[in-house]
Design a binder for this molecule. Structure first.
Ligand SMILES: [Cu+2]
Length: 181
């Protein structure tokens, strides 16, 4: 059959109504900090699946930077046994406490309602073929903020990563803390 051709401008106009940029999405964001910056909001695409790992294990951000995390699962397993989410926790929260509480909160999508004040951002629990996105601002305080999947057992298998908030170069002295590495 003959190839269907549309002027590129038409395509951009059509999607510009709903998206910040016309650039096609690439599916291999292995280096988190390298994603092209959309004006005012950086998009971090994270893939996961039966390997129980995030394709992006570290996200670098500036204090207060607006980020959009788009997470997708390509799992081939039933959702009941292999579902994933993305939960970003405050760096001062008790991680072990949170993971334990989450693992028993099945009715709430493995999100412990009593501890949600410690959560900076999270997606829904995703089965294979599903995706979800969340927009949030990186915390103002530099430091390392853990993100992880709260489906039982997944944290321990390595389904976690770190949002590293780095003080902006030339930041006001006194507002910055030493970098962690
Ligand atoms: Cu998971």
């Amino acid at each position: 059959m003959p190839p269907m051709r549309l002027p590129p401008a038409f395509f951009c106009l059509a999607i510009a109504l709903g998206l910040a940029a016309c650039a096609p999405k690439e599916a291999a964001p292995t280096a988190a900090g390298a994603a092209p910056a959309a004006p005012g909001r950086r998009v971090i695409e994270i893939m996961t699946g039966d390997n129980m790992k995030y394709s992006v294990p570290e996200i670098d951000a500036a204090p207060g930077e607006e980020l959009k995390v788009v997470m997708s699962s390509n799992s081939s397993q039933p959702r009941e046994v292999m579902a994933h989410n993305f939960v970003l926790l405050d760096k001062d929260a008790d991680l072990v406490d949170f993971i334990q509480a989450a693992s028993t909160a099945k009715a709430d999508g493995y999100l412990p309602t009593e501890l949600m004040g410690e959560v900076i951002a999270h997606t829904k629990l995703l089965g294979g073929g599903q995706s979800d996105e969340v927009v949030f601002k990186a915390p103002a305080a530099p430091g390392e903020y853990p993100y992880f999947c709260t489906f039982p057992g997944h944290y321990l298998t390595g389904m976690h990563g770190t949002l590293v908030v780095k003080a902006a170069a030339g930041a006001t002295p006194g507002a910055a803390v030493p970098a962690a590495h």
